[in-house]
Design a protein around this ligand. Sequence first.
Ligand SMILES: [Zn+2]
Length: 381
Amino acid sequence: MPIHLQIEATRGPARAGKLITPHGEVETPVFMPVGTLGSVKGVSQDVLEELGVEILLGNTYHLYLRPGVETVRKMGGLHRFMSWDRAILTDSGGFQVFSLNDLRKVSEEGVAFRSHLDGSAHFLSPEKAVEIQIGLGADIIMAFDECTEYPAEAQRARDSMELTLRWAERCKSYFEEHKNEVPWGSSQLSSPKDGNSKKGPDGQTQALFGIIQGGMDSDLRRESAERTIDIGFRGYAIGGLSVGEPRELTRDIVELTLEHLPSNQPRYLMGVGTPEEIAHYAQMGVDMMDCVLPTRAARHGLLFTSEGKISIKQARYAQDESALDPACECRVCQRYSRAYLRHLYASNELLAQVLNTIHNLHYYLATMRTVRNWIRAGVPK
Ligand SMILES: [Zn+2]
């Protein structure tokens, strides 16, 4: 069976189930921590496993520049390279490249850009983005799209959507021709039929997801959804959001786009949000989300707790003996006081980043667990 979603319960538009991948099952709705360079900054893979992370996100743009796709491919793909047996999703690099503003030039063929590391010149096309993602070997890979900026004129939003649709066709064609080149070796995945198989168990390969664009225009969003579905992907992502628009608008666009997506396939909302937002989107029927917020905020001493956000750097915590979040069951809250965490942060200790990130990730994962239980208390399928 190819990668697919098993829906096991619904509640209103929300669904809970399992995403079946070549590297294990993922309980959905799921929050995917971001491991930009093959690492969730500050947290080792064994701790991620203990936290219950079942799928990680890797960034194609960053991995392409460092260590480079050939290195990762020769090391057996990203799973083996980073010693992570569970599922991985890579983005297409599009969003990062579009964030380079002064360092990029978009054409029909693709995007020319300069590395943020050393200024060297590179080119990403739909074909190249898929080729790199096949080399990295994530379970789920994303079509190369243009993230429409906000605000955008009506014609600009349409032109951008049309470009993304043409690129989606090219991504699909390239993927269909090359999907058996994924670097999963038999030493990592048992393949009873063929010991040298380049595919995962049962002949599984990667899944390519399409991305819906269309700016903040409801008609364009519907058209983008319908035409992307016509091209045909294993799952669909809602892209082009969290680009500076008001939060209510994000919610409106998500809601109306979801109505046009197939109910039996995974729906992925890219790059959102706060714990309240991810819970809300899951209740609206989103299956997968990612965001740098819990990990990035943690490194800046900003912690999400059941009592609201805490800025651990504040002097008021200097002699606070209580746990960071008394309601949290994570290993950090079980062991350390706010006073100690505040001291680590104020002293710029590496451990501050590690512990803060572990707590924030636990908080996000626990939030999604609560939502899944809420949905499962609805209607079993
Ligand atoms: Zn905690």
